[in-house]
Design a protein around this ligand. Structure first.
Ligand SMILES: [Cu+2]
Length: 313
């Protein structure tokens, strides 16, 4: 029986997966039972009430109140039972507990982006710790998508202009597959992501240090990613044009004047300070509006953005 379940539904990975499977398999076996019963009765009655002799008619049975009540009331009870059972499971599988880890998910043709409370942002790889409830808050930047993790028994349409939720408590460590389950254009079938269920230690290390690729990627590329993904690009240009903040072009090595009249030759430490404590020195002619990124950028990311700024001569 269990191998049939496994064959139909795949491995279980979340706390509520077994509830889903038990109800699903109940429906399957109930359907098998009624299918067999109805086929059997159809064949049996066809045989029993077949025409025997020319001119002999089957007695005309038009009505049987007891029978009709029986075959209406029994299915009614079964269907009501299924409704309450399913509704109860649905509510329990849809409501996230208060201590759930919140992660924002953005769908865009044809990528899944994940954003954590600490500002960590990843594309295509979702990391969560094992045995902790997770609450995903999903939206789409373009068309309808559908976030589907078969092993977690969770799936929800992702709708542009709206937030939807999806919650689960992963119980099985390892890699799980995420699919887009709503046709969304040419590369819909490639719109996949990995869900990594980590031990609490591995998860914490990942949160602090990020993907291993971050360590091996050339710093300038990491920096470009930081510039585009962490919002620096909304205030700083890279082509010399003035924005809310000064352009990064030619910044490194330039003599910068500050509102208090002092000045400095821009080096690594000044860039680092500007990121972690932007209010320490305010560039003359600009407003002190830059938010601090203290704790939001990891060491390789800091190294990366500095390398990137140095490249923009
Ligand atoms: Cu999609």
């Amino acid at each position: 029986m269990d191998s049939i379940r496994h064959w139909m539904l795949g491995p279980q990975g979340s706390a509520h997966a077994n509830d889903v499977d038990v109800l699903y398999m109940f429906l399957v076996w109930l359907s098998v039972f009624f299918f067999a019963l109805i086929v059997f009765l159809t064949v049996y009655f066809a045989w029993k009430y077949r025409r025997t002799k020319e001119g002999v008619l089957t007695p005309n049975i038009s009505h049987n109140l007891a029978l009709e009540l029986l075959w209406s009331v029994i299915p009614l009870i079964i269907v009501m039972g299924i409704f309450f059972w399913g509704f109860n499971d649905y509510v329990r599988a849809s409501v996230a507990p208060n201590d759930a880890i919140e992660i924002h998910v953005t769908a865009k043709k044809w990528l899944w982006t994940f954003e954590y409370a600490d500002g960590t942002r990843t594309i295509g790889n979702l990391h969560v710790p094992v045995n902790r409830p997770v609450r995903l808050i999903l939206t789409s930047e373009d068309v309808l998508h559908d976030f589907y993790i078969p092993s977690m028994r969770q799936k929800n349409d992702v709708i542009p202009g709206r937030f939807v939720e999806l919650t689960f408590t992963p119980t099985v460590a390892g890699r799980h597959q995420v699919f887009c389950a709503e046709y969304c254009g040419k590369s819909h079938s490639d719109m996949m992501a990995n869900l990594f269920v980590d031990s609490p230690e591995v998860y914490q290390k990942w949160l602090e240090e990020g993907d291993p690729e971050l360590q091996t990627m050339p710093p300038v590329e990491v920096g470009k990613m930081v510039y585009e993904n962490k919002g620096c690009n909304s205030c700083h240009s890279i082509d010399g044009s003035r924005n809310t903040g000064p352009s990064f072009k030619g910044l490194y090595g330039r003599v910068e004047k500050f509102t208090d009249g002092s000045s400095i030759t821009v080096d690594e430490n000044y860039i680092m300070e500007s990121i972690n404590n932007p209010q320490a020195k305010i560039v003359a002619g600009y407003e002190p509006v830059m938010p601090t990124f203290q704790g939001l950028l990891r060491t390789p990311e800091l190294r990366g953005i500095i390398a990137y700024i140095k490249e923009l001569k």
